[in-house]
Design a protein around this ligand. Sequence first.
Ligand SMILES: [Fe+2]
Length: 266
Amino acid sequence: MGLRNVGRNKITTGEYLLHPLLQSLPTETSMKAPPLGSDAPRQPLATTPMTGDQPGSAPFQLPPLSYGYSDLEPVIDTETMKLHHDHHHRAYVKGVNEALEKYPEWHGLSIEAVLARAAELPADIRKTVHNMGGGHANHDFFWRVLAANSGALQGELQKALTREFGSFDEFRTRFEAAGTKHFGSGWAMLVADPQADGKLQIISLPNQDTPIDLGKYALLSCDLWEHAYYLKYHDRRAEWLKSWWEIVNWDYVAERFANLPRKKTH
Ligand SMILES: [Fe+2]
């Protein structure tokens, strides 16, 4: 496929939220919450722009945190937060930018647009972009699902979690189990399946794979890489997962759930 087909003018707002196979999926609602991977400047949720030709397009920049390094203490210690954001996330941004540098036809796309079209990437950078771009997208999303004042789970999301898992406690238990049992580095996530009327699902992803690879819509994620917790929790990943609930930004997660795309049934 000619690379010229991947130009900026092909992108429309929100088109690449999902796997390429799902790009034509009609939606019942317009998206308001920023999608996974969007590194548009932090703004109030209701006015946060979608991806596409937003300022957060390649070459990418390290998105700023919306909270201070110490604001998520004691769940995330200050040193871990600095290293995680300023070094690890920065390395992913640098890596994906370097890979795309000699292919300017891919510039101007959001990170999720790039990942959604990974199969069209030049073979010599495809794996690097998958790993480094996935790391950028996953971390951008991870920072967004965290907050010092996390709000409370309520409303439709709470009802949906109870419907799917029996109770919130059961959901939490299963999420922690998925994260604890996951072998090696990766992510534990709550995702919705737009092809199944938004059905909720707990998944774990290896390394820097993203829900975009699966055509899923991310609602919540916990970083299982040791760099996310080792300084404080050492090898006690289960303890990290248990503590992490205290800093989940439920308002943000609920906003994403309220605006998730669904396949039209009529
Ligand atoms: Fe990480």
